[in-house]
Design a protein around this ligand. Structure first.
Ligand code: SF4
Length: 729
């Protein structure tokens, strides 16, 4: 395994940037020397790195890695190291703004803003029904905020139509875990990257997207790394074996590897018999339908390579499979997760060191909303459809059980579709930016234009989405508020307020508190809460006995230990690495995991002579999502100021295009104009790649709004396009 981590230069950046040094001027000015240090957790991605924030007055002037932190061991990536610059950005939202009769956003007081919010939502519900109101939140609030918001929406407003942008990134992992293991919850730990004999990464470019995870792979000197990705990503360059499969053929590859494992007698029969259900059906399906020749034709890989990959995983004493958006961003995302789980279950690679089917989450607290929110499950992974779960939750909250819904409400894409068709009339958007991130932009713009009332609550204004708002609520962001984030390995980390938010901005927690007070339900929802720690302590009681049991955690222990992994029941001490399903008992009633037969289907927006190329979208290390935060950080903007389109030299030659030419990308839905071309063999012939961060040249003008029927996650990763010189317009 090659170490790309050091080649990325993070160590150098760390030295240059950590202690308040100015990487441009080359010295440490007095005004950037910290007076005190505050421990916290990074607020960008789900790796969950520990950091020390250097504070001077009411300003964070420096960030450095938390030495000895169990996740990051003192390192941070470029985004983490420069995160404090987001706090003082000129585009921070400072005051509540309400749209006046002339159509202009105008500054109002908090009481006026809260009165407008509650009156307009209530009016919408009175005229069009309780479920004419929707909420789309995020994976970037604190768990205490998600918990409070879930109660506010369900018990306060009485609507089920609450979802988050996590549906755009992690819903397939959630659904896949539920289908295979009976519950959401990643089974493994980061330590598994260090101890696995064989690691398979599927659709996971962690060098760009989860950079600090690379150090765990780096530490696995004898491990064998296989990377399945259509592109030669930085992560693929780290691999012992890169599997450059055709777009949307990962199910075929996983089925082919499982076929090899069965054919070669590498199935862990004892484990399969004791702990799974469905083996005979799966065996017959794989042997009949996924012979190597067919898998080779579907994936574009040669049969020997597929057989080698299957045997490597089948012979591993400790085998790890991890994935991110290459798997999730698909109309078959949940099924692909089931195919991954099949491979782990067939070989008994679940619940011990170096063995896990492991979803690497996207946002810093996508896990928190999954645990505590009201979106894909009831709080504590309780099931909507299970009466005893609803009754238990109602008893904990001392409310009538009929106030707990029996089914989830609309998922994010269904809220957008309902807004287009008129079923949703008022919408509250919290810390997310659909007017960049939603696929097929025309649809979401139509939805917003159709609404009677749109609230946007964000740390920044204006954003492309807040421009559509009738009411803008200014929110505090990371560094300005206190609570917890859960990272990909179920580690709950403490985030702390080091400085005060600007002007009239408030923490999301305080905003929910004040909305409840304005609605008149604060005492019922948030009884005797004075702040986030009270919400955390109630959440500990609500999670007690559940898979995501927090009951033994305290704020003080989280700070002292650099986070603790759940389950952490009352009476637990220490900070041992924890894994789920180590006893082979899964979350179905009979305790057995389910093996699923999964067919490899073509992606829905296929190529033809007018749209002959497959467009893939993704991220780059310098930026975060829609750049609301990272566009405000000069050093990151300088490194990646514009979007680009990657194209293989074979295609560039056929189209008579050269590097740095400006091109248009046209799909069946729209076009992105004037994008810079990069001619590179990173991307295979017939495919092009573009990062999705940039509003100015927004790839989601062309992406396809097809969704996974199980998880409702969009198919961002493949759509048909043509590329032409920009001058041809
Ligand atoms: Fe923050 Fe993720 Fe970078 Fe760690 S890897 S510093 S959590 S953005």
């Amino acid at each position: 395994m090659k170490s790309l981590f050091r080649l990325l230069g993070f160590d150098t950046l760390r030295k240059e940037y950590a202690y308040g040094d100015d990487p441009v001027l080359g010295y440490t000015s007095i005004r950037r020397q910290a007076e005190r240090w505050v421990r916290s957790t990074c607020g960008y991605c789900s790796v969950g790195c520990g950091m020390d924030l250097g504070v001077r007055g009411n300003q964070i002037v420096a960030v450095k890695g938390w030495d000895g932190h169990p996740v990051s061991h003192g390192k941070l990536c470029p985004k983490g190291l420069s995160e404090h610059h987001t706090l003082s950005a000129p585009d921070r939202a400072q005051h509540p703004m309400l749209r006046n009769k002339n159509g202009k956003l105008q500054r109002v007081s908090w009481p006026e803003a809260l009165a407008a919010l509650t009156a307009r939502f209530r009016e919408s519900q009175r005229r069009h029904g309780a479920h004419s109101m929707g909420v789309i939140s995020t994976g970037q609030l604190l768990t205490e905020e998600f918990y409070a918001l879930g109660k506010l929406i369900q018990l306060g407003f009485g609507t089920r139509n609450y979802c988050g942008n996590t549906t755009l990134c992690m819903a397939s992992a959630v659904s896949g875990y539920k289908r295979s293991f009976g519950s959401d919850g990643p089974p493994g730990a980061y330590e598994d990257f260090r101890t696995a004999d064989v690691t398979l990464l599927v659709g996971a470019n962690i060098a760009d997207n989860h950079p600090i995870l690379c150090q765990h792979l780096d530490a696995n000197a004898g491990g064998y790394l296989m990377v399945a990705d259509p592109r030669v990503t930085k992560t693929a360059m780290m691999a012992n074996l890169h599997l450059p499969l055709k777009p949307r053929s990962d199910i075929a590859l996983l089925n082919g590897m499982a076929h090899v494992i069965i054919r070669n007698g590498l199935v862990n029969r004892d484990y399969v018999e004791k702990h799974t259900e469905g083996y005979a059906r799966l065996r017959q399906f794989l042997l009949e339908k996924y012979p190597l020749e067919r898998v080779a034709a579907l994936t574009g890989l040669d049969p020997q390579t597929i057989a080698h990959a299957g045997r490597m995983f089948g012979h591993a004493r400790r085998g790890m499979i991890a994935w991110t958006m290459g798997v999730n961003h698909s109309t078959q995302g949940a099924e692909t997760v089931s195919a991954i789980a099949n491979l782990s279950l067939l070989t008994g690679q679940v619940g011990h060191s170096g063995a896990s089917p492991f979803s690497i989450t996207g946002q810093c607290n996508a896990m928190g909303t999954r645990e505590a929110g009201f979106t894909s499950s009831l709080p504590g992974y309780r099931k909507f459809e299970k009466k005893s779960d609803r009754e238990e939750l109602a008893a904990l909250w001392r409310v009538s059980a009929d106030r707990i819904p029996e089914a989830r409400g609309l998922a994010y894409p269904d809220i957008i579709e309902a807004a287009v068709s008129g079923g949703i009339k008022s919408l509250w958007i919290i810390a997310t930016n659909p007017i960049v991130s939603y696929p097929n932009q025309e649809q979401v713009k139509k939805a917003f234009r159709n609404l009677d009332f749109l609230v946007v609550q964000d740390g920044f204004h204006p954003t492309p989405t807040s421009e559509y708002a009738d009411l803008v609520l200014p929110a505090a962001i990371w560094g300005e508020k206190e609570g917890t984030y859960t990272n990909s390995e179920r580690r709950v980390g403490k985030a702390n307020a080091a400085v005060k938010p600007p002007a009239e901005a408030r923490s999301d927690f305080d905003i929910f508190f004040d909305v409840a007070a304005t609605l008149g339900c604060k005492d019922e929802l948030f009884p005797s809460w004075a702040g986030p720690e009270d919400a955390f302590n109630e959440w500990r009681r609500v999670s007690k006995g559940r898979l995501c049991d927090y009951s033994g955690m305290t704020y003080a222990a989280l700070e002292a230990e650099g986070g603790l992994q759940w389950p952490y029941p009352e009476g637990t001490t220490g900070n041992a690495v924890s894994r789920l399903y180590s006893n082979g008992r899964f979350e179905f009633e009979d305790g057995k995991a389910r093996l699923h037969t999964v067919e490899n289907d073509p992606f829905p927006d296929g190529t033809d002579t007018r749209y002959p190329m497959i467009l893939n979208t993704g991220r780059t290390v310098e930026h975060w999502h829609t750049r609301t935060k990272t566009s405000q950080v000069a050093i990151l903007e300088r490194m990646a100021p514009n979007a680009w389109l990657e194209m293989n030299p074979v295609d560039a030659k056929a189209l008579a295009l050269e590097s740095h030419a400006r091109v248009d990308i046209v799909s069946r839905r729209g076009a992105v104009r004037g994008v810079e071309l990069r001619v590179t063999e990173i991307t295979a012939p017939g495919q092009v790649f573009m990062p999705f961060h940039f509003f100015e040249t927004n790839v989601n003008e062309v992406t396809h709004d097809a969704f996974d029927p199980i998880s409702r996650e969009p198919n961002y990763k493949q759509c048909a396009v043509r590329v032409e010189p920009a001058a041809r317009r």
